[in-house]
Design a protein around this ligand. Structure first.
Ligand SMILES: Cc1cc2nc3c(=O)[nH]c(=O)nc-3n(C[C@H](O)[C@H](O)[C@H](O)COP(=O)(O)OP(=O)(O)OC[C@H]3O[C@@H](n4cnc5c(N)ncnc54)[C@H](O)[C@@H]3O)c2cc1C
Length: 330
């Protein structure tokens, strides 16, 4: 069975690995420069900064056993942090928070290492032709024919890809809502010596702040902070220039911590589709219409763990189909 997976985020990688465990090879395409999607880190002259997913949790039993393997491979470690709700200085919910090391993107790199992965390839068209599903990249080049395609792009991107070839599935995808996030990496001249390393501001434009060096295997110097704007602020100011966002959120950070900061450099990144505001909460874990499937965090619960479980569930459906035991439900 020839299978193509669109997207090498956690969902796409989990699907490709699950298929491979059953002896089924899949080709994975991603438009990014490397795998990881929203778990990527930005390389800068001062080191890598995790501007996307900050940490992940492992609640599901099967995901916990997968994470144990990642820990054994020394790719993932617990982040012993006690975030505060700010400015109240109340402890946020206690839970085990895990991070990849030495940067978040290391997890995707680890998962992708033996896969047939093609990065820098944006799929712009899917069409059903005589020999199967034909994928075309954005310059029109045909990438091959496949018996099944798994789409793991964020919901709005999956929806536009599917609108023409699979309108009913596209409509279903369109019920998921995603929200943006402006993220800023702040490299400081001097250490702030604050008595907390991460926090959830309870009001204002910021929704999350964290000191990068508090995570395992990150340099402590220069002191670097990651700031995430709230979804509401990001949505209202989505089209601001990056420099303006960086300076506005830096000011908000100064107000939050009651310090002036001397900034060596700042870098702002806009995630148009950062988190699922309304994920589909699908118990099945994936969507399907004949031989086209969708997986991703927005199908399940909007988190790294949900993305991994969703990709795995979609792959298991494909394995059942390949084995002819039970076709996925239409
Ligand atoms: C700022 C931010 C903070 C977050 N914080 C947390 C957190 O603390 N904890 C947590 O659990 N989760 C967090 N998340 C969410 C988490 O990152 C996601 O749930 C998870 O990474 C989603 O994985 P995915 O594989 O479903 O999607 P993605 O990671 O989005 O992967 C989809 C991939 O598809 C590719 N793609 C899209 N369209 C095409 C196309 N046409 N052709 C080829 N490739 C395509 C993209 O390049 C991308 O690599 C955060 C996300 C953001 C952005």
């Amino acid at each position: 069975m020839r299978i193509a997976i669109i997207g090498a985020g956690i969902a796409g990688l989990s699907a490709a690995l699950t298929l491979r465990e059953s002896g089924i090879a899949a080709v994975v395409y991603d438009k990014g420069r490397g795998p990881g999607g929203r778990t990527v880190s930005k390389r800068t002259d001062w080191g890598s900064i995790d501007l996307g997913a900050q940490y992940f949790t492992a609640r599901d039993r099967s995901f916990r056993s997968e994470v144990a393997q990642w820990e054994a491979a020394d790719v993932v470690a617990p982040w012993s942090v006690n975030p505060w709700v700010l400015p109240e200085r109340q402890p946020a919910s206690a839970q085990s928070r895990l991070v990849a090391k030495p940067r978040m993107s290391a997890l995707a790199r680890h998962l992708a290492k033996d896969l047939d992965l093609h990065c820098g390839v944006q799929i712009s068209e899917m069409s059903r032709e005589l020999g199967g599903w034909v994928l075309r990249e954005r310059h029109g080049e045909v990438l091959g024919e496949y018996d099944a395609v798994l789409v793991t792009a964020p919901a709005p991107q999956a929806q536009s890809l599917l609108a023409e070839p699979c309108p009913a599935l596209a409509t279903q995808v369109g019920t998921a809502r995603m929200q943006p996030c402006w993220a800023v990496g702040l490299i400081l001249e001097h250490a702030l010596e604050l008595d907390f390393s991460a926090g959830f501001p309870s009001s204002g434009p910021l929704g999350w702040v964290a000191r990068s060096g508090s995570r395992p295997d990150r340099p402590h110097w220069p002191e670097t902070w990651i700031l995430h704007a709230t979804a509401a602020w990001s949505e209202a100011n989505l089209e601001w220039p990056a420099e303006q966002v960086a300076s506005y959120l830096t000011e908000a950070f100064c107000d939050l911590v009651h310090r002036r900061v001397e900034v060596t450099a700042s870098i702002a990144h806009r995630w148009r589709f950062a988190r699922a505001r309304q994920s589909l909460g699908s118990e099945q874990g994936y969507l399907v219409s004949e031989d086209v499937l969708c997986a991703g965090d927005w199908v399940t619960d909007g988190r790294v763990e949900g993305a991994w479980l969703s990709g795995r569930a979609a792959a298991q459906a494909l394995i059942r189909k390949a084995q002819g035991s039970a076709a996925p439900d239409a």
